[in-house]
Write a protein that binds this ligand. Structure first.
Ligand SMILES: [Zn+2]
Length: 96
């Protein structure tokens, strides 16, 4: 299974894999939200400014029987429309 297919399988379709590596026998897939997909999760406006990001680690379903972790860089976005600073939408594998 290719990397692209595997992240689709996780429901991370709008996040792009930026890196993948092995860490103590665990397959780690690093994902990032592409800039063109960034938008306010409150009002949906695309006029946003990046205000740093937070890294979230989640355990994903095993890929090819291998323990898999997702490392997701979730940007914080300031919206020029509603003036709120919100976290970008995360892939639906991320709880909460
Ligand atoms: Zn907004």
């Amino acid at each position: 299974m290719s990397t692209k297919q595997s992240y689709r399988a996780f429901g991370c379709s709008h996040y792009s894999p930026v890196d993948c590596h092995q860490e103590d026998g665990v397959f780690v897939l690093e994902m990032e939200c592409p800039r063109e997909k960034e938008r306010c999760s409150g009002c949906g406006s695309r006029v946003v400014i990046r205000r740093g990001s937070r890294q979230r680690r989640v355990v994903a379903p095993p890929l090819a029987l291998q323990t898999t972790k997702l490392l997701i860089n979730v940007p914080r976005l300031e919206c020029r429309n509603c003036r709120r600073v919100l976290q970008a939408e995360t892939p639906n594998v991320v709880p909460g």
